[in-house]
Structure formats: C-alpha cells, structure tokens
Design a protein around this ligand. Sequence first.
Ligand code: ATP
Ligand code: MG
Length: 767
Amino acid sequence: MADFDDDPLARAIARPPAPSAPPRYLEGLNPAQREAVEAVDGPVLVLAGAGTGKTRVLTTRLAHILATKRAWPGQILCVTFTNKAAREMKERIGHLIGGVVEGMQWLGTFHAIGAKILRRHAELVGLKSNFTILDDDDQERLLKQVIQAANIDDKRWTARHLRALIDRWKNRAQAPSEVPAGESHAFANGKGAEMYAAYQERLKALNAVDFGDLLVLTIQIFKAAPDILADYRRRFVYLLVDEYQDTNVAQYLWLKLLAGERHNICCVGDDDQSIYGWRGAEVDNILRFEKDFPGARIIRLEQNYRSTPHILGAASGLIAANEARLGKTLFTKRGEGEKVTLSGFWDGEEEARSIADDIEAAQRAGEGLSDMAILVRASFQMREFEERFLNLGIPYRVIGGPRFYERQEIRDALAYFRLIVQGDDDLAFERIVNKPKRGIGDVAQQAIHKAARAAGVSLLRASFALIETDEMAAKARSGLRRLVESFARWRANLETQSHTELAAIVLEESGLIEQLQNDRSPEAAGRLENLKELVRSMEEFENLPGFLEHVSLVMAVEQNETDDKVTLMTLHGAKGLEFDRVFLPGWEEGLFPHQRALDESGLAGLEEERRLAYVGITRAKRLAHISYATNRRTHGLWQTAIPSRFVEEIPDAHVERRETDLGAAQTYDGGRWATGMYESSYSSPGWRRAQANAASGRAVNRAPLIEVSAELIATNDPSATLVQRGERVFHDKFGYGRVAQVDGNKLVVDFETSGEKRVIAQFVKRT
Ligand code: ATP
Ligand code: MG
C-alpha cells in the first residue's frame, strides 16, 4: 500500500469500484428475475410457471427496496398466501440484507392485513375493535337463526345455501343493496338480499365479522372516508402481491384502492395455478392488470429452478390438456433425475401403509422427514395416514388449514377460549353451554336467552345474574353456576397465567378431556390427541387473544418448524411450497378430479382440477410419487374406483409404472388393520416416543395437558389478586357491603341493605 502513497493515479486505480458492483442479494438471479427486482417504480406483473422464482423475486424486490432506502419496512404492503409464507419471507429478507428486519407489520395474508386495518377503524362500520372473526360453522348457525327469524323454512332454504350466496357476493365486494336482483331471487323467492342485510345486522349486534367482511368492510371504509384511504395510500409506498392468480374481485378492488395514483404495485402469479375459482378467484384479474395499470411491465420467467426434467415434463404434459391457459415455456437445468412413479393399490389403507413404509425407508437412507410431503385432494384422506403415522411413531404435521380447526373437539375448545377473551361472544356460549352435558337443557337455555334479551346483555352476563335467582331448576342452575364460575376464574387468570397452562386447565376443568376419556368410540383417542396438539400449537403465540386471532385467520396449523416431521396437507394448501419428495395419493376418478367439481362446473371444473394436479406435481424437487386405490372408503361407504384420467395424461416418457399390489386382493384381510391399532394413542409408539422426548428434556416447554394439576390452580389462586376479608366493596345489584368470607373467587358479603349474599369476586369493586 505504501507504494501508492505518492502516486495519485495508482491510488485512484486501487480504489474499490464501489457503485457498479451489484449488491449481494442480486447475485445468482437470472436477467429476467433481476429486471423484476430492480423495476421498483411503476406497475409490474410477473407472469410465470411454477418454480421459476416468482416468490424469490418478490422477496428480493422487497429487500432491494429496503436496502436502497426507498421505503421503511412499515411503508411496504406485501400480501402472501399463508401466514407461514409471510413468516418465511420476513426471515429471508433478514438473510438477504443482513440482520433482523423490524417493523414489517404489513406483510401477511389479505385476511390478516384486512383484520388489522378493520380493527383500527371498526367504529366506522358499527363495530368495536375487539370484534370476533366467525368461522364457517358459526356463520352457518347465525344464518340459520336469521332464516328462522324471518319465518322461512330452513329445511327448504338452508343456511348452507345462503352462506354460499353471501360468500359469493362478498367475494365480489357487493353490499346487500348491490346484490343483483336475479341472484337475490336464488334464495327464498327473492329474499336473498334481505337475508344478507339481516345477517349483517346480526353480526354487528354480536360485534362479529366473517372472513369476507375483513375486506368488504375495509373497502367500505376506504370509500366512505377518503381521508383514511389517503392516509393508507401515503403510507404504502410499495405494494407486492404473491399468488396473484388467486385473488378475487374484492381483493382486487382493495388492492386497486390502495395502489392509488402511484401504482407502485408488483404482482406475481401463474394462471396455470389458479385453484380457487370455487371461492371466487378470477384469473381475469391477471388479464386486466395491463388495463388497470397502464404502462405495466410484464415480465416472464422461464427457467424452473425447482424440479428435475422428468417432474417438469410430467407436469407440463398434464397441464397442456387444458384449453383455457395463456401458455408458457419452461425449462430446467437440473439433472435428469428419476421418473415420476405411478402405483396402484387395493385400497386406501394399503396405499397409506405402502407410503408410510416408503417414508421410513427413505428416512433410514438419510432423507429428512421434513423434506417429504403427502398432498391429498380431500381432507378425509388424511386420517388413514395419520393413523398409520401414529401407529408407526413417524412424526408428522397436518397442515390442513381450516380442517384441523374444523374438528368438533377443537371447535369446542376454541369456543371456551373465545368466551374467556370475549365474554360477549354469544355464539361461543351457545356452543358450549351444555357441552359436555351439565344439565342445562333447552328450557334452561331459553331462560338464559330470555334474561339476556330482557337485560340487553350477553348470554354469559345474563347467566351470572341468573344463578343468583330461582328462575331455573336446581340442576340446571348448579350446572350453570359451575360453568360461569369457571369462566370467572379462567378470565381472572388470563393476564397472570401462561396461555398454554390456562388452555390446558380449561380443557380439563370444562370436562372436555374427561368426556373424551370416557368415550369408547374409535375416534375418541384421536380427538384427545387433537386437543393436545391444539395446546401445543399455542406455544408459539404470545397470548390467548393472539392465538385466537391466528386461528381465525390461518390456513395452517403451524408448528415448531425445526422439528423433523412429514407434512400432510391438502393440495390447495400446498401452493407455493416445495419438498424434495412428494407423495400424491388418491388419483382416482371421482376423488381427483373431484366429482363435485365436475358436476358443478363442467369443463371449467375439470380444468381447475387439472391445475390442482399441476400444482401438486410441481411441488416436488426431486421425486414425485402418484398413486391410486381401487377401493376406497369415503364417508363410511366403500366405493370402487378407476385411476384418474390425469394419470393417462402424463406423458409416458416421464412415468414409471410400478408393479402394483392389486393381486393381493384375495389374500387381503380387510379387518387386518382396523382393529387394535387405535386402542389408545397414548400407548402407541408415537406417544411413547413423545413421552421419551419430554423426559429427556427436549420438550421442556410443553404445557402438561392431561396431567393438569391442582397445583397450577392453587398457585394461581385468583383470590390472591382479589379482595380480602373485611374489605368494603360495591356490587351493582346489592350495593355496599363488607366482605365476610373469601373462598377462591366466591365471596360472602354482608350488604348494608340486603344482608349476607354470596357473590362473585369479579362482580364487586373495592371502594
Ligand atoms: P410457485 O409457482 O410454485 O409459487 P415460484 O415461481 O414462486 O414457484 P420460488 O418458490 O420462488 O418459485 O422458487 C423455486 C425454487 O427455485 C426455490 O427453491 C428458489 O430458491 C429457487 N430459485 C429461484 N430462483 C433461483 C435462482 N436464480 N437461482 C437459484 N435458485 C433459484
Ligand atoms: Mg411462489
């Protein structure tokens, strides 16, 4: 270096050529990808096939915006398909530009971002900011009430039908007044729009929304309050959207409103992967992009980085059978690899058994379980795999989206949790008031409803009052007393106790666990397991409200990512993901393509199913295994099936048809696996393995679920934080008095005007 000291020219040459060297995060991108990353200003549409790096481009683009200081993290709106994808994207951005990126609070799904905006302005649409987000089941129950209240025969005009209509209208962002007359006619001779309006009123009264509302109501707010919209437009300097082919009209309008004049919007998508048409997604949004955002740059990516040529060839050959597509070329530079395998089995159990064996063999050969996935068309297919995995002790995770949370026992548990967080959640109350049975029959429930209506309060509040009176039969009253007192206690512990502990206690004290333990049906063990899984899945959330928000929004049961587990999920949920080895079972006519899709939507339905098959195959990086079974039990009925037409559509050059087990038919004893394998999942190898892990300290943070402890309750004695004996208190109903006895959260108070009364600690105030 000293040599340069007195030589200005040499010094100049030695200086690093700083500005022209591309930043690290751009390295390795191909020219088209790089163009999409760097074209940050103005509208950009990246239209490209599976595995071409669309998501990677979007992530890098976001990193680029941050690295070049064009915007702060909080000024970027980025829409992902799942919450999991959002989390992964945050991590990747951190890796790309070094360090953890804080403040990306607008990176999430449409629903999550919509909920966030709506909570900030809830009062503008007549809601409180702590509104509940209803699940499908609640939605249907509420609709049933609305239909009955209008004296419409709900057998003939079902809640399910009305829900489908309302969802459709909400997917198009149509308010009740905007529903086309013809469509309103589809329900109860023209009452569709009226029922929709009544339903919205009921939601408002309950301080609740459904999924569709998260966007529809925000759109309403944006339209009614231009200053608020202007505020968000100023805030969101850049908009990025993944999986754009699956946006519906409401999402599209919402994006367009937010994009404002600036039009700094980048959408990435693939028309061949549009698989939510049944939920209102419109591929046309892709075609409209250029019109709506004039001067849009359309970028195509053609190199697939994910899959081997055989996998790509199989997928491309299959999707070529679709007529309605924009068409594209794809190539890969990866080594040839193995052909896609195709196997036939006698029945679904055989299929599950063989796949589980293959997984074990692959694991023994050194493959990671988390590199493998089983992607099913219908969630009922999962059960066979779950049973097999439990039995063999193969760790697995179910990412079935709403499926897991749709299970009865999970819903019951969630209703308890919701009611703890939001005591006014009447739908949750109705669900669990007599579940498990505690003697609160129809008559008693009607009394609660009546009291609630009379006092204009929620059912839970009314119950608190009711147990102090003689309006109910003794049995119902004592059942109700136990229930509401439990809620008071749980609620009191909400702030102080860890939410997983609280959840475990609630499951125990509510009687849900006991009910299942006493249940001799074959499903009971699995249900217990599900409840355990529920508590486990809460660990990664900060608190109960945070978890419930997640449940309302998620498409996935998200678990500890570091665990090595096989993934089991639906094809719909697998969009955007990739695995080294993918199993695609159940390729049978009627199941895949699904009969309902064919019946309801004809050719369009078939093409959507084919796109789903394309999504499935293109999830695989190295190995894809397709299979079908000749006999399958669907909802308790055995059906014989023929292989899916999709099997035939895959070019022969890319498939290896394996020897099948069909010949085993004669020797197959149908009952072989049906008995004994599910006696109790607590004695299965899987459960024992979990216990061993816990003992070895690997799961130290896990809350005990079954062995819920009196201890925990004792150490969290609510009375510790409540009033003391001798204190003067005020009670809404009885006025002033002095505490004579304290028993947990139950007090005996000597009231000045009415004498001694037993009251609930939460209901008195210190004076
Ligand atoms: P899908 O349509 O399934 O959502 P995609 O187009 O979003 O796929 P990505 O998931 O972004 O594709 O990328 C597929 C795989 O290819 C990822 O593992 C990604 O890291 C890798 N990849 C993308 N671009 C490159 C590149 N330029 N060099 C190396 N690997 C790449
Ligand atoms: Mg992607």
